[in-house]
Design a protein around this ligand. Sequence first.
Ligand code: NDP
Ligand code: GDR
Length: 331
Amino acid sequence: MPSALITGITGQDGLYLAELLLAKGYDVHGLIRGQNNPKRQLVEKLLPEVRLHNGDLTDLSSLLRALRDAAPDEVYNLGAVSFVAYSWENAHLTTDVTAKGVLNMLEAVRLHCGYREGSDQVGGVRFYQASSSEMFGKVQESPQHERTLLWPRSPYGVSKVFGHHMTINYRESYGLHASSGILFNHESPRRGPEFVTRKISQAVARIHLGLQDQLVLGNLDAERDWGFAGDYVEAMWLMLQQPAGDDYVVATGETHSIRDFLDEAFGQVGVTDWTPYVRQDPRFVRPAEVDHLVGDASKAREVLGWKPRVTFRELVAMMVEADLEATRQGW
Ligand code: NDP
Ligand code: GDR
């Protein structure tokens, strides 16, 4: 039975990936941080087969211990401070976790395996790094692909560039089977409520049910290439099944503005003019914005045989429906 260790198991992608790997017959392990992490219960309830190991990406020895106890064939490094807006207010923490945490995990894998000079692979462990379209930042070409110039616009984006290049460096220096997935925005009913799509789907549900009358947002003109998280974790797994590690863009190839998302989400509850409900506040406008993202996932399609299944319209409908149900049930 193959085994995998997932950092960030309590997050949106960690849960979908764990479900996917369990369905494929993996022995799944997750790294969980903190003395009393409230999300432990969620993972234990949803995925009782997953074995949890205490650890933190900022603590190398805890990563070594988790690797020793889990003895994984595959490591998926999804843990991060992942909220871009928060990264300006907590730039050092973001750097420690989202940048240096990647180095810690790579180094832990190298030490765990016992680096043997000249070997093709570091002990056979395969490594996935959760890189991001935020690395493209001030985009220089469109659509963005694996070789597009990186120009990050936030402490989060800068940290992801570090993790991306460190992953490539471990591949080139030590022969580690390491892949970097440059994933564009992906969403789901499990998306954190601080991200714009979930903030909108929750508000639409609450407005429809008479529990809220205003939705306060920042920049409505930014454009994102939004896909479904359940589709994207398949690409992560496919990367680690290849003969060698590599970098892949994972995206739908379609872009939509926040306004488009609002049109679609309010449309789900029969509202054609959302302007009376939506207010803009500079509080939610970022010091530097990423204006336009759209990915070219041709390489993932051709090499991995990956393509997204859920359309933009289906994604928004799925999120609004889930929030309507959750709000009605009082979750
Ligand atoms: P989430 O914010 O939902 O999850 C982040 C995870 O990281 C949580 O499990 C969190 O644990 C964990 N984490 C935070 N700090 C630490 C730490 N110090 N040590 C160990 N774990 C930590 O993110 P997503 O699931 O959406 O994203 C997964 C990864 O993919 C992230 O690296 C993100 O940056 C990246 N990414 C995401 C994209 C997206 O659109 N979703 C697109 C491109 C990249 P806890 O619950 O304890 O806080
Ligand atoms: P992003 O996602 O920054 O792309 O990072 P987010 O949903 O936070 O923002 C998307 C766009 O919406 C605009 N926006 C707002 N955003 C939030 N969160 N709240 C608001 O009120 C609001 N109003 C407008 C933002 O300015 C931005 O342009 C996500 C994360 O998952 C990262 O970890 C990941 O790497 C990237 O996607 C790809």
